[in-house]
Design a protein around this ligand. Structure first.
Ligand SMILES: [Zn+2]
Length: 67
């Protein structure tokens, strides 16, 4: 979990999937970009160009705690 609450993490994932610019929740210095730049829109992995953290959104969704 990168966020304190489940809601925050869900909002983060939704923003990524809808193509919004999302700042890195680890360092906050850069916007996340696709891990595979040439991949199609269905790509679900993002990376922070500043700190190098990789966000695998499918895994993050699976690991969300139940409320
Ligand atoms: Zn970062």
């Amino acid at each position: 979990m990168y966020f304190k609450t489940r809601e925050e993490e869900v909002i983060f994932l939704k923003k990524l999937w809808t193509g919004e610019k999302v700042p890195c929740p680890v360092c906050g210095k850069e916007f996340l970009e696709h891990l595979h730049k040439k991949a199609k829109k269905s790509d679900t992995e993002w990376k922070c160009p500043e700190c190098g953290e990789i966000f695998r959104t499918i895994n993050m969704l699976k690991e969300l705690p139940e409320n």
